[in-house]
Design a protein around this ligand. Structure first.
Ligand SMILES: *Cc1c(COP(=O)(O)O)cnc(C)c1O
Length: 231
């Protein structure tokens, strides 16, 4: 199957899952995760109408970005762990950082975006399974609230929501309680006066469950571009 066929297949599945959950499918964005994939694959997805993309490494995207000129309305989000010393490069390359996992990183990104005269969207990454190998902040971390409280001072960042990567379970149903925890965290922050409109949750094997649990952005790599080489 071609990338275009894969994308239209995923879009149909998003619609079905949304209907199933009595949600409007236009509320759910599809992010094509193109890490490790060549610029040509990204162009192919773009030609099929895809505009939102996710990358997980600053260095990798720095080498690909020059090959993607002309895709003027494509938006690339950083979804991988970002060291704060790479804030400047990330702010240059990306329109959003969905993987903010510390107050310090957010401050650095704001400063970098200010120097560039641009505004970056950010999401806070929540490590909902408490896995050490994964980045993100535990849902109960007081730093989550601290970031939200500081966010209004950051003139060059727009706080959009939360992202999560749950622990892998063979049965995608296993991810449901994790997705639900992140949605509940969003709801509890709303009660504290912090409106977060985006929940980035769900990947190739569990995005339908994530949609049922309120996801507004599913990040799909393998099911669009095929398997990635194992690192
Ligand atoms: C790689 C990656 C994805 C996509 O995973 P697939 O299983 O290939 O769909 C989604 N989110 C993040 C943060 C990733 O690193």
């Amino acid at each position: 199957m071609s990338i275009a066929e894969n994308i239209s297949g995923i879009r149909r599945r998003i619609e079905t899952a949304a209907k199933h959950a009595a949600r409007n499918p236009v509320e759910i964005a599809l992010m094509a995760v193109c890490k490790t994939k060549p610029a040509d694959a990204i162009r192919e997805a773009y030609a099929a109408g895809q505009r939102l993309f996710g990358e997980n490494r600053v260095q990798e995207f720095a080498t690909k970005a020059p090959l993607l000129s002309g895709l003027s309305d494509a938006r690339f989000h950083m979804i991988g762990h970002l060291q704060s010393n790479k804030s400047k490069a990330a702010a240059e390359l990306f329109s959003a950082v969905d993987s903010v996992d510390s107050l310090k990183l957010a401050e650095r990104l704001n400063a970098a975006a200010r120097d560039l005269g641009k505004t970056l969207d950010i999401l806070i990454e929540i490590n909902v399974g408490g896995e050490e190998a994964k980045s993100g902040m535990p849902p109960e971390s007081p730093e989550v609230l601290q970031i939200l409280e500081h966010a209004k001072e950051w003139q060059n960042l727009r706080m959009r929501g939360l992202m999560t990567v749950p622990p892998f379970t063979e049965d995608p149903e296993g991810a449901r309680p994790y997705f639900r925890t992140v949605r509940e965290l969003r709801d509890s922050m709303a009660l504290k006066g912090f409106a977060l409109d985006q929940l980035s949750m769900g990947m190739s094997h569990d995005f339908e469950i994530a949609i049922e649990e309120g996801s507004t952005c599913v990040r799909v790599g393998t099911a669009i571009f095929g398997e990635r080489p194992t690192p």
